[in-house]
Every structure is written in structure tokens, then in C-alpha cells.
Design a protein around this ligand. Structure first.
Ligand SMILES: CC(=O)SCCNC(=O)CCNC(=O)[C@H](O)C(C)(C)COP(=O)(O)OP(=O)(O)OC[C@H]1O[C@@H](n2cnc3c(N)ncnc32)[C@H](O)[C@@H]1OP(=O)(O)O
Ligand SMILES: N[C@@H](CCO)C(=O)O
Length: 358
């Protein structure tokens, strides 16, 4: 196995937008997580301290990637998806923390996924096997081993990232000291599976058009009725589309340009399969395994992963604080947008002083 040192294109799938080549790769000869071999693309900020106690794992959501922060280092200006949280003086300050962000297994931003070559040399495409959040964490455990991280100071994740975060905490309780779960469930609900499987049908019917339709459906679920009404109302545009229609078209077009349809299906199905209680005696029994100091937060207007799901997590994890509520007009996407509130939770979870050995 190797860490780093490979060119982006060697990872099989990186096509554009690599932020100045700061991405690294970890290669595992396999088998791992049901695959013959796995590469994990990841980025890091900060330095692992002498006693390896300052490592923080950030788990991205469905269409996120390893590029959590873009403005930290001169020469690497590509925006990150949590820029307000990562950087000097920010809740995750690289002067104190060694921040690690892998692209998820099954993704399309550098890690092994449907764009990667299968054993026959052709891209996996729609043949890529089902990978669960548990499989994705198995791959990340191998990365942690390779990085020399015995235990994360914290694992943080929202939405699909929270599914991996809770799998870390339940499956590997001795490998993290604290946990932040945002807008995420212990198990996907029937409605979430219904919405997601509808999107999968769209992509399977036509990869490009379907991915755009899937993003439109998904994006509505990420926002709120009130926000859409206030921002767009019934306003028409000059081209005959409703403004809200044009807005969804825009998000669809953007995703089609940057995301692989097969990967969207793989990751959506991994979310549908998410059940932290599977083969562990159910959700309550599984959550009792968590030993990390935990904060669970939901968004008051989240109609995709409603607060009741985070209440279940907070009640079931014996080391969790009372449920925290992010107030927002934006719905589910608030975990990406409401950086002041989310940042305050991160600061609360992580001590301001660096552990010894820094
Ligand atoms: C740099 C990258 O590639 S990001 C890669 C990683 N991506 C991720 O991690 C995914 C997470 N991000 C997301 O899901 C979303 O981008 C979010 C949640 C952050 C977006 O949240 P917001 O900041 O509220 O953006 P919002 O939903 O209002 O969309 C703004 C966009 O809609 C466009 N828009 C607004 N109204 C309209 C309209 N009537 N018609 C067409 N477009 C419109 C804006 O011009 C803007 O375009 P831009 O993003 O190309 O600049
Ligand atoms: N806007 C988020 C929603 C999923 O949590 C994304 O695209 O990843």
C-alpha cells in the first residue's frame, strides 16, 4: 500500500477541477470493502502532532468531496464546501488540528467508484457493487491506519457524511473521542428511500437527463417551501420558465457538469441501505456502543431528515448531549449554509487547547 505521491489521473476518474493538485491518494491492494483494490483520494490541512491526538475526520455529503476548504493556503484558492469552518481562526483551525477529508468510496472525485477500472480494465460503470456506509468506513479505517491515526479527536459529518460518522462511532468506538452528527438519521426512512429510489429510476432511464431530474427532485427536498415561496414566488422569467424552475435547472446543470451518474446511483443506494442497527440487534442496541462525547444537531426546517431522526440519535447515544437545533429558513442544506451555528457546535465539541504533543 502507498500513501500520496500519485498523479490525480492515476486514481481513475478525476476529470476536472482538481484544486491545484493538493489531493493525495491512499492505495490499498485489497480486497477491501468487497472490492479487489481501493484508492482513496483525500486532502489534509494542518499537521499530525507527536502523540497523534489532534486528527479530525470530516465526512462529506452526497455530492461533496475532499475539498472542504479552499482559502487556507496561498496558491490553492478553489472554494471549499465548508470554507467558513476550516481555516485560521475558524472552528477547525489547521494551526491546531490535523484535518483529514477523504472522498467517499463509490464517489467520483478521485476515490474508487464507478469511473474506476474494474478487473477487466473497463470502468465499473453500473456494474459497481453496492457499498454501504459501513463498507465506506471500512475503507476509511484503512486510510486512518495508513496515516497513523489510532483515534480521531473528532469525526464530523452531515447528511450522508453523518451516516459514515455514526458508523465510525458504532463500529469503531475506540477510534474516536468525539462525534458531531448533523441532519442525519440512524437509518434511512421509508420516505427517504422513496425519494431516493425515484431519483435512481430517473438516472437509470437516462444517465444525463436523469441525473438532472434527480438533482431537481433532491434539491427541492434540501430546501423549504417557505424559502422557495419567498425567493421565487410565481415569478416568470423572460424565457417562459418560472424563476424557481430556472433555479432548479441551474442546480441540475451544475451537477451534471461535475458528477458521474453511476456514482450518484451508488451513493444514493448506499444511503438507502443505511441502518446503523443492521446485524447489531437494532438501532438502540447499536447506538449504545458509542463511547465518544457526542453532539447531535438537526435543522428545524429539514423536511428530508427531520428532527425526530436526530432526536432518536441523541436519545440513543448515552454519551450525547441533549439534541441541538439549528434554526434556518433553508431546510436540510442548512448544515452547509448556517456556518455560524454549525461552527459554534464544532467549537463546543473540540477543545480550544491543543492536546499535548502538538
Ligand atoms: C466548487 C464546487 O464544485 S462545490 C463541490 C462540492 N459541492 C458540495 O459539497 C455540495 C454542497 N453544496 C450544495 O449543495 C449547494 O451548493 C449549497 C447548499 C451550498 C448551495 O447553497 P446556496 O449558497 O444557498 O445556493 P443557492 O441554492 O441559493 O444557489 C445559488 C445559485 O443559484 C443560482 N440562481 C439563483 N436563482 C436563480 C434563478 N432564478 N435561475 C437560475 N439560477 C439561479 C445563483 O446564480 C447561484 O448560482 P451559482 O451557484 O452558480 O453561483
Ligand atoms: N446539498 C447537499 C445535500 C445532501 O446532503 C449535497 O449536494 O451534498
Amino acid at each position: 500500500m502507498t500513501t500520496g505521491g500519485e498523479t490525480p489521473r492515476a486514481a481513475g476518474g478525476w476529470r476536472e477541477g482538481d484544486p491545484a493538485g493538493r489531493r493525495l491518494w491512499y492505495s490499498h491492494d485489497g480486497p477491501l470493502a468487497g472490492l479487489p483494490a481501493v484508492k482513496i483520494a483525500y486532502e489534509t490541512w494542518g499537521t499530525l502532532n507527536a502523540d497523534r491526538s489532534n486528527a479530525v475526520l470530516v465526512e462529506h455529503a452526497l455530492t461533496g468531496d475532499s475539498h472542504v476548504a479552499g482559502v487556507v493556503e496561498p496558491g490553492h484558492p478553489t472554494p471549499g464546501w465548508w470554507d467558513a469552518l476550516v481555516g485560521p481562526g475558524r472552528p477547525l483551525d489547521p494551526a491546531h488540528w490535523f484535518i483529514v477529508v477523504p472522498n467517499v468510496l463509490g464517489g467520483c472525485q478521485g476515490t474508487t467508484g464507478p469511473l474506476s477500472a474494474a478487473p477487466d480494465g473497463k470502468p465499473w460503470g453500473s456494474r459497481f457493487p453496492l457499498v454501504t456506509a459501513r463498507d465506506q468506513v471500512t475503507a476509511e479505517v484503512a486510510l486512518a491506519d495508513a496515516l497513523g491515526v489510532d483515534a480521531w479527536a473528532a469525526v464530523l459529518g452531515g447528511s450522508m457524511g453523518g451516516m459514515r460518522a455514526v458508523e465510525w462511532a458504532v463500529g469503531h468506538p475506540d477510534r474516536l473521542r468525539s462525534l458531531l452528527l448533523l441532519a442525519t438519521p440512524a437509518a434511512s426512512s421509508a420516505e427517504q428511500i422513496a425519494l431516493a429510489s425515484t431519483q435512481v429510476h430517473a438516472v437509470r432511464a437516462d444517465p444525463v437527463l436523469g441525473l438532472g431530474i434527480a438533482r431537481r427532485i433532491a434539491h427541492i427536498s434540501y430546501r423549504t417551501e417557505a424559502e422557495l415561496a419567498a425567493r421565487f414566488g410565481r415569478d416568470p422569467q423572460g424565457d417562459g420558465r418560472f424563476a424557481v424552475e430556472s433555479y432548479l435547472d441551474h442546480h441540475a446543470d451544475k451537477l451534471v457538469r461535475r458528477f458521474d451518474p453511476d456514482s450518484y446511483v451508488v451513493l444514493t443506494e448506499s444511503m438507502n441501505s443505511h441502518d446503523v442497527g443492521r446485524d447489531r440487534g437494532g438501532v438502540r442496541a447499536a447506538l449504545r456502543r458509542v463511547t465518544a462525547r457526542t453532539i447531535v444537531a438537526g435543522v428545524d426546517t429539514d423536511r428530508l431528515f427531520p428532527l425526530a431522526q436526530q432526536a432518536e440519535l441523541a436519545a440513543g447515544i448515552t454519551t450525547a448531549d441533549d439534541l441541538r437545533v439549528v434554526t434556518s429558513d433553508y431546510g436540510h442544506d442548512a448544515f452547509l449554509i448556517e456556518s455560524d451555528q454549525v461552527g459554534a457546535l464544532v467549537r463546543e465539541l473540540l477543545p480550544t487547547r491543543v492536546p499535548s504533543g502538538a
